[in-house]
Design a protein around this ligand. Structure first.
Ligand SMILES: NC(=O)c1ccc[n+]([C@@H]2O[C@H](COP(=O)([O-])OP(=O)(O)OC[C@H]3O[C@@H](n4cnc5c(N)ncnc54)[C@H](O)[C@@H]3O)[C@@H](O)[C@H]2O)c1
Length: 419
């Protein structure tokens, strides 16, 4: 087994805490030595997880990065708009990085980070966790085996799920693209990454259309109040009611509630909802990211791909059309065939069904087991045992490029953008 890696955590929010918990569950592979976040209770949560008496706490990324190098790897789990500068500084200090996606807020910064990493002989592992799931690993293995023949086209679909859309992209961190990144990057950089990873050919051009069709003022039901806690007459029936954070949607609260270490009483949550962004009526927010978007892509090998994103479906579906066989997989296929992947052989029309083990229902099963898969692979990747899944920045630039170009196209009404 590879030697133990020390970790410093920059931004102790929801993602970093998940990775820290997983790292500490992998006996002997990691030691967490430091954490930084302006919210002290979040650093405290990571300190507790680390079980390290010598753990060092910092109040900001800047304070942590003012120190000399403290660890082998820095986890950068700050928000989208604050990836580039801590990542650059950390590389210069000699850290390898586990950097949350998207790598940066625009393509020139993404390329710049790849360049800086190369200059300092450092690795940047991006958190494209889907690559590490059983499902996408299997699809990649099938594509690479040649079983499908030459890939002629790919169709990917991402259904965000309405409450998830409301939580993250209407009320939440990724509601305004200038404060974070556009939807096609913030949510769908996973999908553009998977498409480019499977296609193995540079993307030549993209076109994209989309917008906000539902989460806007004119769709507010009659008499809706600014906040669900203001006595809104629809609070008991609206599917987006924030009162659901106290009942069946409490899981979502854990990701945004300021203090992760504390038990939450219902009244306390209601008080918080009366002032926090997550208590607002979804039709009365300042959101500007899309609730549906289509992207079409042309690749240098002559193949094409399309990606559809909608708030109004749940789960991802993937279809790959090759010269020898076609592959269908993902949530819609699972619902229809009760299996994960269906391959149709063009020669005899036979269907092959592949069923994968369910990721164990645990706190580590996030993203179809991808969070666990990524951290389990991290030690090996940093120590040079790179597999086909390794989401190193140099293999992930194309997916970012597709996403940023798609947004440029969408903003210009769907014009074709050459990459
Ligand atoms: N890989 C995935 O599938 C996936 C899923 C969700 C989110 N993300 C990405 O992960 C990142 C983090 O998302 P999250 O949901 O954990 O967000 P979060 O808001 O829970 O965490 C970000 C943390 O950064 C802290 N922070 C702010 N300024 C700081 C500073 N100057 N120094 C140190 N810390 C600072 C915040 O207090 C917060 O605790 C985002 O870029 C997001 O897009 C990735």
């Amino acid at each position: 087994m590879s030697s133990k890696l020390t970790l410093a955590v920059c931004g102790c929010g929801s993602r970093s805490r998940t990775y820290s918990n997983i790292a500490m569950s992998l006996d002997g592979q990691f030691e967490i030595v430091a954490g930084a976040d302006p919210i002290a209770s979040r650093v405290e949560a990571v300190r507790k997880t680390s079980n390290n008496p010598n753990f060092r706490s910092f109040t900001s990324a800047e304070e942590l990065l003012d120190q000399p190098n403290l660890a082998d790897v820095m986890i950068i789990g700050t928000q989208d708009q604050y990836h580039f500068s801590p990542a650059k500084k950390a590389l210069e200090l000699g850290y390898d990085l586990l950097l949350e996606k998207p790598a940066a807020q625009n393509i020139s910064e993404v390329k710049e980070l790849a360049k800086i990493a190369k200059k300092h002989n450092r690795k940047i592992v991006l958190c494209f966790v889907l690559r590490y799931t059983d499902f996408y690993s299997k699809v990649k293995e099938i594509v690479d085996s040649g079983k499908l023949g030459e890939i002629i086209s790919i169709r990917a679909h991402e259904g965000v799920e309405p409450f998830h859309q409301a939580h993250s992209f209407v009320r939440g961190h990724w509601a305004k693209s200038a404060d974070s990144t556009p939807m096609i990057i913030a949510k769908c950089s996973h999908d553009t990454d998977i498409i480019s990873w499977l296609m193995q050919s540079p993307c030549k051009s993209v076109s994209s259309m989309g917008g906000i069709s539902h989460f806007s003022n004119e769709h507010a039901p009659e008499g809706a109040t600014e906040r669900c806690t203001d006595g809104c007459p629809h609070a008991e029936t609206c599917i987006y009611s924030s009162l659901r954070y106290t009942t069946d949607r409490e899981r979502w609260l854990g990701m945004v509630y300021p203090d992760p270490t504390k038990e939450r009483e219902t009244q306390e949550i209601l008080d918080w909802l009366s002032v926090s962004p997550w208590g607002r009526c979804v039709y009365k927010c300042d959101n500007d990211v899309v609730d549906h978007q289509q992207v079409i892509m042309e690749f240098e090998n002559g193949a094409s791909a399309s990606l559809s994103m909608t708030a109004f479906d749940a789960g991802r579906t993937l279809e790959i059309y090759g010269t020898k066989a076609s592959l269908r997989g993902g949530d819609a296929i699972k619902q229809q065939f009760e299996t994960d992947i269906v391959i149709r052989d063009h020669n005899d029309g036979e269907l092959e069904k592949i069923t994968l083990p369910e990721p164990e229902e645990s706190e580590y099963s996030g993203h179809g087991g991808g969070d666990y898969g990524l951290i389990s692979a991290l030690n090996g990747i940093i120590n040079g045992e790179e597999g086909t899944s390794s989401s190193l920045i140099e293999t992930s630039i194309d997916g970012h490029l597709i996403g940023f170009s798609a947004e440029e196209s969408r903003r210009q009404g769907g014009v074709k953008i050459s990459l």
